[in-house]
Design a protein around this ligand. Structure first.
Ligand SMILES: NC(=O)c1ccc[n+]([C@@H]2O[C@H](COP(=O)([O-])OP(=O)(O)OC[C@H]3O[C@@H](n4cnc5c(N)ncnc54)[C@H](OP(=O)(O)O)[C@@H]3O)[C@@H](O)[C@H]2O)c1
Length: 266
């Protein structure tokens, strides 16, 4: 039975990945900070045929990550897939530039993934097998308005995963970088719908992610036609044209997180 870690499984893509993999009978280590939501997703996964192990805590706390991985090792001996999905994002215009907003975003999107890479890679390399998939974003391909910290964090995550993939060549461990466009979730529910081109339903987006991971594709991006434009054309568009094309989207801002300060804590 495949042993899979999904970080950020309490909502959106993470929850849907848990349910689709549960239907395949997987063992599922599920993480997230909202313990009540985690317990509910674990119950859904069990009802769908999976074997869930709910692990409440934060990816940005190295002690939580060490504790969670120790529990996984003790119960299952290791992991076959690690899906590093936990992520946050908020709107902030550079006219209100906030270094704290960057620290908050990077704590989860970059250092949360780094904490889990540090935990899982030695065991996978020793076993000579495994897949690590990081859920990055097409937003990491180029700077977008009101999204500096999110774009920068996803650009950093994409580069971190690519370097890791190259370093792991020949070890038997694959690294999959996933760059979705817009998929329905709690994150995108806070966006202005006019801003989200080619918005996908959650189950369809997750099928693209899981197919890409199963095939161990190094770079998974969707949906067509947004993804080839963002992944292959946007990086070579001159700055004057890029600024002209994307600045109209700066009119729309994400609704803030329901809780004050934007975060549910690190
Ligand atoms: N939806 C899209 O269109 C889209 C597009 C591109 C990339 N992505 C990426 O896909 C991933 C999933 O996002 P989503 O769209 O499904 O949004 P979502 O519904 O808001 O889910 C985010 C998940 O991350 C978890 N999380 C956040 N901070 C965490 C932390 N410090 N420790 C542990 N878990 C944490 C949340 O759980 P708790 O709050 O319970 O901790 C939640 O389960 C993110 O990395 C996002 O950047 C999404």
């Amino acid at each position: 039975m495949r042993r899979v870690l999904i970080t950020g499984a309490t909502s959106g893509l993470g929850r849907e990945m848990a349910l689709q993999l549960a239907r395949q009978g997987c063992r599922l280590a599920l993480t997230g900070r909202r313990a009540d939501r985690l317990a509910a997703v674990a119950a859904e996964a069990r009802a769908a045929g999976g074997d869930p192990l709910p692990l409440a805590g934060s990816v940005s706390d190295p002690a939580d990550v060490r504790r969670h991985y120790a529990e996984i090792r003790e119960k299952w001996g290791g992991l076959d897939w690690a899906i590093l999905n936990a992520g946050v994002g908020d709107s902030k215009n550079a006219l209100e530039f906030s270094a704290e907003n960057y620290r908050w975003t990077f704590a989860t999107n970059v250092f949360g993934a780094a904490n889990w890479l540090e935990a899982v890679l030695p065991g996978m390399v020793a076993a000579g097998s495994g897949v690590v998939a990081g859920i990055s974003s097409l937003a990491g391909m180029r700077g977008l308005p009101n999204s500096g910290s999110y774009c920068a964090s996803k650009a950093a995550l994409t580069a971190m995963l690519e370097s890791t993939r190259i370093d792991l060549r020949g070890t038997g461990v694959s690294v999959v970088t996933v760059c979705p466009g817009f998929v329905k979730s709690e994150l995108t529910d806070r966006n202005d719908p006019r801003k989200m081109l080619f918005l996908m339903e959650t189950p369809a987006g997750v099928r693209c992610i899981l197919d890409g991971i199963a095939q161990r594709r190094p770079f998974v991006h969707f949906p067509w036609p947004l993804s080839p434009v963002m992944a292959h054309i946007a990086p070579v568009v001159p700055c004057w044209l890029w600024d002209l094309a994307v600045s109209p989207f700066g009119r729309y801002r994400k609704k803030p997180y329901a809780e004050p300060g934007g975060a549910r804590g690190h």
